[in-house]
Design a protein around this ligand. Structure first.
Ligand code: BES
Ligand code: ZN
Ligand code: ZN
Length: 495
């Protein structure tokens, strides 16, 4: 465990063996003063033309006083700070630094508190190691013991609050990443229930789990249908946190939790199947959100819902052209068993809306390959029936660095989903695949402001993208920050 501290002043006062500074596009102001004390190493890089003021640029120097790392934010606002700090932490880890002091200058155009918070988020995220769970040998190398964030333009108490918030958020993101990264051999509907129970008891959340018999009684045939091929029975996990007290629910977050998506009888080709342990990333994000919200004690009443299933082929698996009668009474003809996420989400959306009447519903799902074609790995697809909710999410995404892009939901797109036998088909053909998936979901939300986040392109690093120093070649934990930032802003919580 790395210890984090805050120091108001110069990093040279901390006794750290390694001092790092973040600079913008150019070397000036406070950073230049510290560079001068360190023998003007960076100034010489600038003079020689080696310094390129772009986000993520990094250089290690060895002046007499301390090991010295300089990194640039590229003048790229708060995302630049996250990138620079993450690059520094990665480098420090590689160099087996013990105590790292990072200086965050006040002239980067970023509010001091936000800068401390975001530096902490980035440091914690950059420290995530996908090998931590499964490495068989004890790590011999010494690891980072302490990171001290240093700055001048903020009071100690305020700064410490921002640091704590950042650490909580970073840890919640990493918690979600750990669950998303876990292979299907360790994470199935049963073990994810265990995980949720542990989280609940640790943070005093209420938990309720609907197993097969209850799901049957309720007629949740979307979840049951998809789950029929699985080796472990499906279930619907509900977590509840009442931070506001009083009655009613401010938000329900629903996360697609397909612990493995082989495609079912419409089996995926091997190369597509290879990544499908990540089909539980939505559920993992919901667990991360519940952890963050509870630890930050945000004054909101929030429900997290995880429909957990395996989508496998087998003797008992649901079949193409089956017709399922869903929880809300709609009948669905199965055009493709690989479009399973929308079926389990549909039941969960209508169940949550009917039984809890939350003020808003947001779902997170690795729903379609089509959204990856549309937006690549640098934006999550946002679909919503409510402009105000959509705006809040876009804004939160911009602030935390998890970008969203809004997609249309014009009713004409429903034409693609027509079925000859049932109320709707579960697939709409090749055109507009991400949109028709969202249109399908919209049939299961009656009147609540709702947003659907298609995270298929952003939930894990695919072929090197998104390329950011705070990510590894693994899950990103996308969604945890978006929702947490939205709620922090809404509740006017100290950030
Ligand atoms: N889990 C997949 C979507 C997916 C694909 C996520 C690639 C991440 C990367 C989903 O269940 C699925 O298989 N969707 C199909 C839908 C199709 C059959 C209409 C798809 O996108 O191909
Ligand atoms: Zn699928
Ligand atoms: Zn899937």
């Amino acid at each position: 465990m790395v210890e984090y501290a805050l120091h108001i002043g110069s990093p040279l006062e901390t006794g750290a063996d390694t001092v790092a500074i973040v600079v913008g596009k150019e070397l000036r102001g406070e950073a230049a003063a510290i560079d001068e004390e360190l023998g003007k190493c960076l100034a010489r890089s600038v003079e020689s033309g080696d310094f390129r003021g772009e986000a993520g640029w990094i250089q290690v120097y060895y002046p007499p006083r301390a090991r010295y790392i300089a990194a640039s934010s590229g003048g790229d606002g708060v995302e630049g700070v996250r990138v620079a700090v993450a690059a520094i932490v990665r480098k420090a880890r590689e160099l087996k630094v013990r105590h790292l002091a990072i200086y965050l200058p006040g002239d980067l155009g970023v509010d001091s508190r936000a800068m401390i918070r975001e530096a902490a988020v980035a440091a914690v995220m950059a420290y995530y190691d996908p090998q931590d769970t499964y490495r068989s040998r004890e790590k011999k190398q010494v690891s980072l013991e302490k990171i001290t964030l240093c700055t001048k333009g903020v009071g100690f108490d305020e700064g410490r609050e921002a640091l704590r918030t950042g650490l909580v958020i970073g840890e919640a993101v990493n918690y979600a990443r750990r669950i998303a990264d876990a292979p299907a051999s360790d994470m199935n509907p049963e073990t994810i229930e265990r995980e949720a129970r542990e989280l609940a008891s640790r943070y005093g959340l209420e938990i309720e789990v609907l197993h097969r018999e209850e799901l049957e009684k309720l007629g949740m045939n979307g979840i049951l249908g998809v789950g029929r091929g699985g080796g472990v029975e499906p279930r619907l996990i509900l977590l509840k946190y009442r931070g506001r007290g009083g009655t009613g629910w401010d938000l329900a977050v629903v996360g697609k939790t397909v612990t493995f998506d082989a495609g079912g009888l419409d089996l995926k080709p091997a190369s597509y199947m290879l990544d499908m342990k990540y089909d539980k990333s939505g559920g993992a994000a919901v667990l991360g959100i519940m952890k963050a919200v509870a630890e930050l004690r945000l004054p909101v009443n929030i429900i997290g819902a995880l429909p957990a299933v395996e989508n496998l082929p087998g003797r008992t698996a649901y079949k193409p052209r089956d017709i399922l009668r869903m929880y809300n009474g709609l009948t669905v003809e199965i055009g493709n068993t690989d479009a399973e996420g929308r079926l389990i989400l549909a039941d969960t959306l209508s169940y949550v809306e009917k039984n809890y009447m939350p003020r808003r519903i947001i779902d997170l799902a690795t729903l379609t390959g089509a959204i990856v074609v549309a937006l690549g790995n640098y934006a999550t697809g946002l679909f919503s029936n409510d402009d105000e909710l959509a705006e809040k999410l876009l804004e939160a995404g911009e602030e935390c660095g998890e970008r969203l892009w809004r997609m249309p939901m014009w009713r004409e797109y429903n034409q693609y989903l027509k079925s000859d036998f049932a109320d709707t088909n579960n697939v709409g053909g090749r055109s507009a695949g991400a949109i028709t998936a969202a249109m399908f979901l919209s049939k299961f939300v009656e009147k609540t402001p709702w947003a659907h986040l298609d995270i298929a392109g952003t939930a894990w690093v695919q072929g090197g993208h998104p390329k950011k120093p705070y990510y590894a070649n693994a899950a990103t934990g996308v969604g945890v920050r978006i929702i947490t930032y939205m709620l922090m802003k809404e509740t006017g919580s100290k950030q």
